[in-house]
Ligand binder design. Structure first.
Ligand code: GLN
Length: 513
């Protein structure tokens, strides 16, 4: 393929191709995710617990599959082809989500009657999205790193720009799809998400020439080889992955099985990495990989707190927050756009702080930044607890507290997430960088599952998705949020204590290189 070498505003043009593709991918992803819990509880009348479980299964699988997408890209497909394949699956999945069927109702005996066909189409579409994200998400992030040389000082800035693309997509989607879905009908919200993804796919196909050939298959001849079943190896990968969609379709409906698979995969991956570090790494690589592994493990805590946004915090916004304003009522899902908005506003400030502190030689280490992120996530829940203790006589809480919680969570995310992506591409042994990006997202997968379990602490009785006892539910939400506040403080504090040790480890290994 012909490549084009250009720079725009000091960065390779390819960065902007990745920026806009990922912007559309996240537009579709977050647009759909913001509606999910409401669609399940208000349209198909699932209980809070069932809804949390389905969101948890979906979100866990969506972030677990990147392991597979990462390995297949490392070994066979290369990152560019993997992104295109993932995007095609995503377009199909989001199109399927727009089929909503008919709303559930209660029969004479008070039992929920659902449109089962529509529910199955919905699960199947989720299967397509899960596989699609698995191929797209880790690999597009890895390509960002590939555009820069190992020591290129622009690398972290490149990731910050890329992260703004992610959140621009999320910001527009949560405002638009949330509003369309909750006002005009779910299919409009989900449909808009699908159209966004189609733009993403077309844009990437047009712009792939700017990736400088850095995302090509490691061994193109191998891909062309015939497989045992007659088709080329490349096509065999596509066909088997399409088969994987059927597996995900079933899995997304079975919470326990997802839990067991996640546990087994996570334990397997950690054991593999320990073996890999001991047996296959040079001294320098060892230090870097150990630090990376510890950091990735701690992200589980961060995302488990942060991801409450899509279950307990989303329902809390709907039920408890006083959403009436002089401009009309704000939709609960629209509060989610605050996270993305704060990222867009604050990312340049954070990037500036890192550059300034680096100049004075006082830049916090990646570990300290991570600890800060976790502490801030905990403090966000502190704000919600404070908000609940200041509830009005009707049990309603001012939106200012939720805004503050999202602000704190977002500052935490900025200290941990873009920094973490960059750390993966920098600290990982190059030959397994796609896999390590998958491991990074696998940590999120575990936290999504844990997040759904935690959200269950605040499951309250509903009828057709509407809370029956608002004041009683306040106590339940306060219990959950207080618990998460403590978890954040303890885990963040622990990592802070570990940071000198990790720093020493890195330094020693550097001296021995
Ligand atoms: N919000 C970020 C994204 O969508 C981070 C997600 C994650 O790593 N858990 O890319």
């Amino acid at each position: 393929m012909q490549t084009k070498n250009r720079e725009i505003a000091g960065h390779p043009a390819g960065l902007y191709i990745l920026f806009f593709t990922e912007m559309w991918e996240r537009f579709s992803f977050y647009g759909m995710k913001a509606l999910l819990i409401f669609y399940l509880t208000k349209y198909h009348f699932f209980s809070d617990t069932e809804g949390n479980q389905i969101v948890g299964n979906y979100a866990a699988l969506v972030y677990a599959l990147p392991i597979l997408g990462g390995i297949l890209a490392d070994r066979y497909l290369g990152f560019r082809k993997a992104v295109i394949f993932g995007a095609i699956l995503l377009v199909l999945g989001h199109a399927g989500m727009a089929i909503e069927g008919s709303q559930a109702y209660y029969d004479n005996a008070g039992k929920v009657v659902r449109d089962e066909t529509a529910v199955q189409v919905f699960y199947f579409s989720m299967g397509l999205i899960i596989m699609g994200v698995g191929f797209l998400k880790p690999n597009i992030s890895t390509i960002v790193g590939q555009l820069y040389d190992k020591d290129d000082p622009r690398r972290d800035a490149g990731f910050t720009i890329f992260y703004m693309g992610i959140n621009l997509g999320s910001f527009i989607a949560t405002l638009l799809c949330g509003w369309l879905g909750e006002t005009y009908g779910w299919r409009y919200g989900f449909g808009a998400a699908g159209i966004g993804m189609l733009f993403g796919l077309l844009f990437f196909i047009w712009g792939q020439k700017y990736l400088l050939g850095k995302a090509e298959p490691p061994n193109p001849e191998l891909l062309k080889e015939r497989s045992a079943v007659g088709v080329s190896k490349e096509w065999l990968i596509y066909i088997l992955s399409a088969g994987g969609v059927f597996v995900c379709w079933q899995l997304v409906q079975h919470h326990r099985v997802v839990g067991s698979i996640l546990t087994l995969t996570s334990v397997g991956v950690v054991l593999f990495l320990i073996w890999f570090i001991i047996r296959k790494c040079t001294r320098k690589e060892k230090g870097q990989m150990i630090v990376l592994l510890v950091l990735i493990i701690f992200t589980v805590v961060f995302w488990a707190l942060f991801e409450q946004a899509y279950t307990s915090m989303n329902l809390f916004a709907d039920r408890i927050i006083d959403r009436k304003t002089s401009f009309g009522e704000i939709k609960a899902s629209q509060f989610l756009s605050l996270n993305a908005l704060f990222i867009i506003l604050l990312a340049p400030i954070f990037a500036w702080i890192w550059v300034k502190t680096a100049k004075r030689n006082i830049e916090p280490s990646t570990t300290v930044k991570f600890a800060l992120g976790i502490l801030l996530a905990g403090l966000g829940f502190g704000a919600l607890v404070a908000g609940i203790s200041n509830a009005d006589d009707f049990g309603k809480v001012s939106p200012a507290w939720l805004v503050l919680a999202y602000l704190l969570h977002t500052c935490g995310e900025l200290a941990l997430s873009p920094v973490g992506l960059s750390a993966v591409t920098k600290l990982s042994v190059p030959r397994i960088v796609g896999f390590m990006m998958g491991v990074w997202f696998l940590a999120t997968a575990s936290s999504e599952f844990i997040a759904a379990r935690l959200a269950d602490i605040a499951s309250v009785d509903t009828s057709g998705g509407i809370v029956t006892d608002v004041k009683g539910s306040l106590i339940v939400y306060a219990d959950l949020f207080r618990f998460l506040f403590y978890i954040g403080l303890v885990a963040g504090g622990l990592l802070l204590l570990l940071s000198p040790l990790l720093r020493k480890l890195m330094r020693e290994e550097k001296m021995n290189q």
